[in-house]
Design a protein around this ligand. Sequence first.
Ligand SMILES: C[S@@+](CC[C@H](N)C(=O)[O-])C[C@H]1O[C@@H](n2cnc3c(N)ncnc32)[C@H](O)[C@@H]1O
Length: 333
Amino acid sequence: MNAAASAPSADSLRAALAGLLDGLPPRQAAQAVERLIANYRGTTPTDAPVLRDRSDVAAYAAYRMPATFEAVRGTLDALRAAAPDWAPRTHTDVGGGTGAASWAVAEAWGDEPPRTTVLDWAEPALALGRELAAGALDAEWRTARIGGALKLADTDLVTVSYVLKELTAADRTALVKEAARAAQTVVIVEPGTPDGYERIIAARTLLVEAGFTVAAPCPHSGACPIEPGKDWCHFSARVSRSSLHRQVKGGSLPYEDEKYSYVAATRFPPAPTVSRITRRPQIRKGLVLLELCGRDGLARDTVTKRHGPLYKQARDAEWGDSWPPEDEGRAGS
Ligand SMILES: C[S@@+](CC[C@H](N)C(=O)[O-])C[C@H]1O[C@@H](n2cnc3c(N)ncnc32)[C@H](O)[C@@H]1O
């Protein structure tokens, strides 16, 4: 049983991670992360796991897990708003690695978290994930290779977090189709970069073709209104920086913003979303500028004091929120 075990949350994950690099001199820990980053840059997709041994995996977990956890958490917040009465009883985390998405799922449905199966081809990642999660997650950790031969057991929820980038185009397609066959809800998260967004759009198309409805971020399941190559849909999650982060990246900010792109799609009809805020709201004197994606495409909205209570809500609104807030009509427009 993990000494830090308690209800899954950002804090309990951090507590579980805190001991990971104990005993490793700080310079050596930073070098392990730097090696890992270089590996990720140079050789993907690979035909063998990048996370080869305990120090690779400890570096990945300490350095990246808090950020991928927060990105999946942001995605699940949007999914839960669109499917408030739905809760998964079973969950499969494909390419789950050390379990960041599984922690986020367990936190999201904290009252009754699903039974999770984590699949990955990197044994050391599964071993460390199992260790971190002991006593905190109801999870089974199994070796599996993603590819044309992967068969998933039927499940309520499939998560695929920061994995598509590591796969060949053919394996990406096979995985998304298999996830759609096996699950009621599929959640896919990628880095919030132009190419991450393109992989999300390709996956979204496959999910819609398989009969799914997009629950978030899009307010519809039709074509994305963003002109290819002109922009990319992405969101941002704030992550507290550990001392390891500061050492590797320099700087003294206590946080960084993890940018991510995602799609959450369901076999059942989700609650309708009018539009979503697609950039950080710009607050000016007496007005808030919102960039939105709605059912009729991309739009800008200016909310002023004249709009009454909606103005206060616009000042509190965040990038990634749905808009307008539920049950609020526009006063005076
Ligand atoms: C960047 S990590 C993401 C881990 C975790 N999902 C997260 O969000 O932190 C990518 C994971 O995908 C796994 N992976 C990559 N290619 C795979 C394949 N062909 N079969 C199984 N797992 C694979 C890697 O071993 C690694 O654990």
